[in-house]
Design a protein around this ligand. Structure first.
Ligand SMILES: [Zn+2]
Length: 254
């Protein structure tokens, strides 16, 4: 299994990262797609990915930290991609859910990162909270759709259009809420070969323990919940979603 989106570089894992990775590996989770969120975290993530080969790094500027990003960061990111291995560009995208994040500034940094993805021939790891249409518009402006939206929660109508462009989605702990009927409908609508699974740990812990730290090993519960929800075998889902991940992130190793 591969965790398609986890912030293993987060300081909330500094105390027990090695133990949590060991635990997850024992449970069958082999790789962790770990996206950086701001330039000041790049060095730490790179170092961690050397120390733990199961951490697959991606680098980007997250819209949540929009006030922290500087004009120069785009050029820095460009140089970084030339000098360092990255499985994608991101986490980047748009967050229109949090009202105090400057929308036009977000769009500027997002558009610049789509161009970098094009230039370096990398897929995009997208955050699209309350902004699926706007994210799709930015991609359309650049005519670039080699992208996955993490913690996806769009409408069926939006999903149809994104699937038409070959986009991928990842689903996390939110699907484990037995009352998330709308999300369950969406998850069932998406073909398995367009789906990956993520924990987004340390955030987004599973129902009902929202206040606790989410942990890497919880990926097993998410995949298991999905398999039961869609009446598919756990092993089948596991292998198919891993293939999707390997393909999308263009793994050279396994
Ligand atoms: Zn994230």
């Amino acid at each position: 299994m591969i965790d398609a989106h986890i912030h293993l570089d987060d300081e909330r894992f500094d105390e027990d990262r090695a133990e949590l990775i060991r635990q997850a590996k024992t449970a069958g989770i082999k790789q962790f797609i770990t996206p950086a969120v701001a330039v000041d975290g790049f060095a730490k993530l790179k170092k961690l990915s050397v120390k733990y080969p199961s951490i697959t790094p991606s680098y980007g500027l997250h819209p949540y930290f929009i006030e922290q990003h500087k004009e120069d960061d785009i050029e820095y990111l460009d140089l970084w991609f030339s000098a360092n291995q990255s499985c994608a560009v991101g986490e980047c995208g748009l967050d229109f859910f949090l009202k105090d994040l400057d929308k036009s500034k977000q769009q500027y940094y997002f558009a610049a990162q789509i161009e970098l993805a094009k230039k370096h021939q990398l897929p995009l790891i997208l955050h699209a909270r309350g902004a699926v249409d706007a994210v799709f518009n930015s991609l359309k402006n650049a005519d670039y759709f080699n992208a996955m939206i993490h913690s996806y929660n769009g409408s069926i109508e939006q999903t149809k259009q994104l699937l038409d462009k070959g986009m991928k989605f990842s689903f996390g702990g939110a699907i484990c809420n037995p009352k998330a009927h709308k999300l369950h409908k969406l998850v069932k609508y998406c073909p398995l070969d367009c789906i990956m699974f993520e924990t987004d740990a340390p955030d987004q812990n599973l129902y009902p323990d929202y206040k606790l730290r989410n942990e890497p090993v919880n990926l097993v519960r998410i995949v298991d919940f999905y398999a039961r929800l869609t009446n598919q075998g756990f092993e089948w889902v596991k292998s198919q979603s891993s293939i999707t991940c390997l393909d999308f992130f263009n793994y050279k190793k396994n």
